[in-house]
Design a protein around this ligand. Sequence first.
Ligand SMILES: C[S@@+](CC[C@H](N)C(=O)[O-])C[C@H]1O[C@@H](n2cnc3c(N)ncnc32)[C@H](O)[C@@H]1O
Length: 249
Amino acid sequence: MTSPEKALGIRIEAHRRFSKREINDWILAKISLKKGDKVLDVGCGNGKQLIPFGKTVGSSGLAFGVDVSQSLLDEAMMVAKHDRVDIQVKRCKMEQIRPCLGSMTFDVISSCFSLYYSKGVSQTVTDISNLLTDSGRFFVCGPMRGNNAELADLHQEVSDLPEDFKTHTEFMENQALPLLREGFRKVETSIFRNPIVFPDAESLLAYWRSYTLFVAGATTKFDYLVKRRFSEDGSFMTSKVVLGILALK
Ligand SMILES: C[S@@+](CC[C@H](N)C(=O)[O-])C[C@H]1O[C@@H](n2cnc3c(N)ncnc32)[C@H](O)[C@@H]1O
């Protein structure tokens, strides 16, 4: 089975190669980071957002990332060093973010495709709010209803949708949005749509195997279905639909 770290890399690479738009352009426009800002990335993974954050805030600012996976943090540091970007990282679970970061404060906190992993989301959101300066802002993004609907429909021809896929898809609207409306002064939402066109069966199968839709017992049937679909249509398009929430303290 593919490790979560390797699976993340496969999905990021598929988005880079086959999607129409770059999600970081949308995220950076939403959070309005500037030189000198202090930004925290919660669930930073291998630095997909953290490294661009570091480039934006420069050496007068601070781009700090936390993640539960040491190997992803090591990867982020390696890329940042190669690109000569200043970032700092620390291994911590978001459920322990307060003791982990002590008295640090940030102008901006961002959490992309990560907050739904918290085992106590309400407490994590309160902790994040307490890590912000008085005029700080918190940006969260993640999949929303309709995300990868075309791929989910194809998957359902051979198997039920896994629970994780359903909970992740409902999280932003059903949990994150009400919590942020309750805990922050002002909340703004926006939607990012990004078609991904897979050019061959192998690339789509690799993506599915690295995604929450993957069901090991459905592999043979799904392989057959995908190969048949490609022999008929030549390509396959699915759309990422991402909800962004900007919460002002
Ligand atoms: C889907 S990845 C997103 C990474 C990055 N933000 C991106 O968009 O590429 C989710 C990340 O959350 C991290 N994660 C999962 N559970 C966590 C927890 N309890 N505390 C901190 N990080 C966690 C994973 O290790 C992974 O790097």
